[in-house]
Ligand binder design. Structure first.
Ligand code: UD1
Length: 339
């Protein structure tokens, strides 16, 4: 049985990927500093899988902890989720972002390279900035980052490329996520925003649950059919499965290049107003929302060309927007019970 180290495995995408890995027959070791999540999600992983994964609570900036994890476990592959991810906070606290996201990555890479352990890196479609052409392929040029957070994803990828150039036996895959939403069908795991949510679906869920008054839709004067921004929303369970495929690809020696990049989206663009309408329809709810000014830094529209992920990675998203928004609401209802 192969063992995968999942950093940030108690987080939103990390917990869903932990479940997918266990269900695909992998042993997992989780490390998480719990800075942006709660142990409820680890309990959720246990409830869904019936397995109790080995868990280290700690910070990957701590080189000694990283060495200890690799000494105590026979790690075959790494999936690196653990990172700070709030765009706005990264603008006000850039050094926190550079320190956290870079030191963690470098500490992991030192271990990974010394034992040729393949790594999957959590990247983001944010690296494309405002794309000149849609849909976005993996060849679409990377644009200058619009936030320190975005810069940590771009430079993170570059750090990996440089590391591979100097260590040809080391392999990595960067997965560039579009907009992950939704939750596991069991409602035992899902997104757990601490504080005021920045992202659309977590905010919308709190409005639907009566925890917040009104959702602000940021701008309806964009050059799109209904004037609101368009994104490629992808079910987090689909995203999790892509990580399992990426790990297997490297462990089975199927990578075409030592470093590969895949876009993870559905290929379908939806506007903010469309998403609200689907949410209301599938859940039989009315949502209180109002149109406000544009949010600084928002891209008008972005969605993925999924051809390369479909054909080369052999992965395709299965779920559609109604599934995503139904599961998200079920999770929110369960969360209100957890308190
Ligand atoms: C943002 C980040 C992206 C990051 C991702 C996940 C920016 C520019 N991009 O993506 O780099 O990888 O989060 O953390 O910040 N919206 C509303 N009202 C709200 C919240 C959002 O109308 O209260 C709209 C936004 O204008 C946007 C869409 O909903 O059109 C999606 O927003 P969001 O969920 O924040 O994701 P992104 O901005 O696409």
């Amino acid at each position: 049985m192969k063992t995968v180290l999942v950093t940030g495995g108690v987080g939103y995408i990390g917990s869903h990927t932990s479940v997918a890995l266990i269900e695909s027959g992998y042993d997992i070791v989780i490390v998480d500093d719990l800075s942006n999540t709660r142990l409820d999600l680890l309990e959720g992983i246990k409830k869904i899988t019936g397995k109790d994964p080995k868990f280290y609570e700690g910070d990957l900036k701590d080189e000694k902890l990283v060495a200890k994890i690799f000494n105590e476990n026979q790690i075959d592959a790494i999936i690196h989720f653990a990172a700070s991810k709030a765009v706005g906070e990264s603008v006000t606290e850039p050094l926190k972002y550079y320190k956290n996201n870079f030191l963690s990555l470098v500490n992991l890479l030192e271990q990974a390279v010394s034992a040729s352990i393949p790594l999957v890196f959590s990247s983001s479609c944010t690296v494309y900035g405002t794309p000149d052409l849609l849909p976005v392929t993996e060849q679409t040029p990377v644009k200058p980052a619009q936030s320190p957070y975005g810069n940590t994803k771009q430079v993170g990828e570059e750090i990996i490329v440089d590391t591979i150039a100097a260590n040809p036996n080391f392999k990595a895959i960067s997965l560039r996520y579009f907009n992950p939403i939704g939750a596991h069908e069991s409602s035992h795991i899902g997104e757990l925003p601490l504080g005021v949510p920045n992202n659309l679906v977590p905010y919308l869920l709190q409005v639907a649950a009566g925890e917040r008054e009104c959702l602000s839709v940021f701008g309806d004067d964009y050059n799109t059919p209904d004037g609101t921004c368009i994104r490629d929303y992808i079910h987090v369970v689909d995203l999790a499965e892509a990580h399992v495929v990426a790990v297997k690809r490297m462990l089975d020696g199927l990578s075409k290049e030592p470093y590969e990049v895949f876009n993870l989206g559905t290929g379908q663009g939806n506007s903010v107003l469309e998403l609200i309408k689907v949410f209301e329809e599938v859940n039989g709810l009315k949502l209180n929302y109002k149109i406000v000014d544009r949010r600084a830094g928002d891209v008008e529209q972005i969605y993925a060309d999924t051809t390369f992920a479909n054909e080369e990675l052999g992965w395709k998203s299965r779920f559609e927007l109604p599934d995503m928004l139904r599961s998200a609401w079920n999770w929110q209802k369960n969360l209100s019970k957890l308190g």
